[in-house]
Design a protein around this ligand. Structure first.
Ligand code: PLP
Length: 367
């Protein structure tokens, strides 16, 4: 058997909407599906405004540009995340400041935040990781105290909650990705959400080349073409209508893996804090010293059995493109990056595949 690390599910509604969008001829960045997808996604998360974008990376850039981040500013980002977070800061000309993460949730450690704030700090970018929320209350409190924007990266947590509040509803602005392995997908795509009317207007302007209001083809700002298309939005709208089933599948997957793997002493399984509802975007685990195999050895043996895995992100502070921004050590981020990986976690994963994956893990470890 071969079990891919991710396999998406495309719903019948999504296929119908995409065909409809194509049949109407509204195939670029205007159309009814874009409006509906933006409205319904914003309402699902619980934010007032939505602007769709080409992907999650451009969504983060648009969010930072929208709040006016630029050269001379500092933006605090967690050391353990995808490079998109770093790139978005670099695109604006601002300086990224890396902060270490919590060893259990892999998200921004609020206890380390204040020590990294300077007069130049303008924003904090908490990133919810692998389906689990950041500890938002202390982050929001510190942001308020220091007059900082909060740019929530919610790319991996569609539908997850923090103290019953949806992830992506708590920041000044939040960014989502709809890449094919994300819980709601448009193939490639993204969205920014905010409750701030002026910020929404600014992002709406910047996403489409910043044509001056009332004077088309006249540009007082450097905008972007980060526009999503109507048929991608049609796909997203169809997928969104199925989100409760997708989330139920993720919960089944998370609980199923935990039940079948909790007897293995050397594996550290994912933790769900009291404040969070975990959507298990990826079922992420870590290898401890007592396992007897390294992470790479384990993943290699699993691959031989047809089980596809992925190793964790490599810390931002160790990236060649971020050399000049290294300040403090981030030992937690370094340690989880070296020992973590995730198992097949796609929406198409079957019970049989899960059984196969868990048996493969047991076989490899008892050999
Ligand atoms: C996927 C992802 C992104 C980037 O999204 P793309 O659509 O691939 O550009 C950003 N942040 C996080 C945390 C992600 O997982």
């Amino acid at each position: 058997m071969n079990v891919p690390v991710n396999e998406p599910v495309v719903t019948d509604a999504a296929k119908r909407y995409v065909m409809d969008a194509l049949n109407t001829g509204w195939i670029s960045s205007a159309g009814e599906y874009l409006e509906r997808f933006e409205r319904e996604f914003a309402s699902y998360i619980g934010m007032k405004h939505a602007v769709s974008t080409t992907n999650g990376t451009t969504a983060l850039h648009l969010a930072l540009a929208g709040i006016g981040i630029g050269e001379g500013d500092e933006v605090i980002v967690p050391d353990f995340t995808i490079v998109s977070c770093l790139n978005a800061v670099l695109y604006t000309g601002a300086t990224p400041v890396f902060v270490d993460v919590d060893p259990e949730t892999f998200t921004l450690n609020p206890d380390l935040l204040e020590a990294s704030i300077t007069e130049k700090t303008k924003a904090i970018m908490p990133v919810h990781i692998y389906g689990h929320s950041c500890d938002m209350d202390p982050i929001l409190e510190i942001a308020e105290k220091h007059y900082l924007f909060v740019v929530e990266d919610a790319a991996e947590v569609h539908g997850a909650t923090y103290k019953r509040r949806k992830c992506g509803s708590m920041g000044t602005v939040s960014a989502f990705s709809f890449y094919s392995n994300k819980i709601v997908t448009t193939g490639e795509g993204g969205m920014v959400l905010t409750n701030d009317d002026r910020l929404a207007q600014e992002m709406r302007l910047l996403v489409n080349l910043a044509h001056s209001p009332g004077k088309r083809f006249w540009h007082e700002k450097v905008g972007f073409n980060y526009r999503l298309t109507n048929f991608q939005a049609a796909l997203g709208l169809g997928q969104l209508q199925n989100i409760e089933e997708f989330l139920a599948h993720k919960k089944w997957l998370g609980e199923g893996y935990t039940k079948r793997l909790s007897d293995i002493e050397g594996l550290i399984l994912p933790v769900t804090k009291d404040y969070a509802e975990n959507v298990y975007w990826m079922y992420s685990l870590r290898v401890s010293d007592t396992l007897g195999l390294t992470r790479d050895e384990l993943c290699g043996r699993l691959k031989e059995k047809g089980v596809d895995t992925r190793t964790f992100f490599i810390p931002l502070s160790s990236q060649p493109i971020a050399k000049q921004y290294r300040r403090k050590e981030c030992p937690v981020s370094a340690s989880i990056a070296a020992t973590g990986f995730y198992l097949p976690s796609g929406l198409a994963l079957t019970g049989e595949q899960m059984e196969y994956v868990c048996n493969a893990v047991h076989e490899v470890l008892s050999a």
